[in-house]
Design a protein around this ligand. Sequence first.
Ligand code: BG6
Ligand code: MG
Length: 215
Amino acid sequence: MATPKAILFDLDGVIVDTAKHHFQAWKQLANELGFSFTEEDNERLKGVSRMDSLNILLEIGQIEKSETEKKELAAKKNERYVDSISTMNETEILPGVEHFLNELKNNNIPFALGSASKNAPTILKKIGLFEKFDAIIDGNSITNAKPDPEVFLLGAKELSVNAKSCVVFEDAQSGIEAGKAAGMYVVGVGDSRVLKGADDYIKSMEEMTLGRLEI
Ligand code: BG6
Ligand code: MG
């Protein structure tokens, strides 16, 4: 593609590694409900909204709960998650992220966050990147979770850029599908043998430069 007009970043797994914190909180909940929850199970929750994640967890444990009980369980998991990220700071920004964000700033390319997490603003503030983003679209601003393209289309709209001129960075399958459904160029962050359907793949943001996107 020609020089992108804007960049949209997923948060968890792209900017910061929060998967381990999510995993511990879900695992504790599963154990309390009487079943085990593995790291492999946790892979299924990447990019998935809080309530959808809980539904997958309950399906794994073959447990049925009412809507009210589900709300309570999701709130309990979130309390623990928020507690475990309370000490997070800029040292937890993933390698290569700050360098690439600075390259974008120096080239006047705007960037937005496109995350399913309702905790996204808190996390960005903790790691000192909140002010750098030109727009923040998170789990509080959307109705339809990834793989629906809503989060990225809203990001493009906020930045006043055509979707086709945007590049998305995503580590989750649902996020790659959301970016493609939005008509954007998608870079998968992670293992290309696991992630499917992206236009390009990198193992870490350390591999990314603006030049690589100008093909
Ligand atoms: C996504 C994570 O970014 O946000 C998921 O990959 C998580 O694991 C989802 O469930 C929702 O996050 P939160 O912070 O709103 O519970
Ligand atoms: Mg992610």
